[in-house]
Design a protein around this ligand. Sequence first.
Ligand SMILES: [Cu+2]
Length: 311
Amino acid sequence: MIGLPEASSMAREVDLLIAALCVITVAVLALVFGLMLVYLVRYRENSGVKRGEIAKKTFRFEISWTTATLLVFFGLFVWGTDLYDRMWSPPANVLKIWVVGKQWMWKVEHPGGQREIDALHVPVGRPIELVMTSEDVIHDFSVPALRIKHDVLPGRYEAMWFNAEQTGTYRLYCTQLCGTDHSAMTGQVIVMTGPDYARWLATASTGQTLAAEGRVLFMRYGCSGCHEAAGSGGGGTVRAPPLDGVYGSPVPLSDGTTVIADDRYIRDSILYPKLQVVASYEPVMPSFNGVITESDLVRIVAFIESLGSRH
Ligand SMILES: [Cu+2]
């Protein structure tokens, strides 16, 4: 679109789809209203046009124009669905970055432990996945130059991915009215070359990865006492499932179903342990809802992810 860079791998196609939608819709609109105007003028009062002979109905014409428009719009639908599907299915080699929204700022947590506020540094040409949540109300993470936008909800993880193809600095907005300073909830996405990004990571480093910070919290909140993770040597009288390798693996539940242990599942297991109970275990894990902040949860989930997957 005019003045706005197409800075991500999907941007061009998003613009094309929207342009196609506009052109086709306007064409149909022009045809309908054009004909309406023509007939309004032609059949105005006292225009002297013959009105007596009723034309014979032509079903062939009727069916063909209905089918043609149906096919055109159905084509747009298929194209849109396919694009949507690609936009929401991240590739396997994606770099995961955590985003926590709160009134009125964006907190970003990098896997290496780097953190920033109202700014997001990413390398160019590398797929990035944002896993986002909110500490209070609904926000919306939107970067028009990258053609990405997604609601950020309290109480759950929402993910979206992009691949920035042009270095530069792009505006980031909250596009969900979220209170007094909603309009100030903006920031910058800085897309950097590989070497620049590596340099930034080094300067912004806190000396501890997100997972390492999560490990400390895992001990502090007493999780290790039951879960015996990472060789803590804990383990009291309670039998709890080992968390090594659980991330990304199928987990059989007590209700007979099986779920894949993704970020969302891990998060829910910590906040609402009774909701999905692991098969053959007692539902004795206490809820940590309201005890652990979103930022700390992100660290604990990153720690459990760092324990690897069973396959
Ligand atoms: Cu907001």
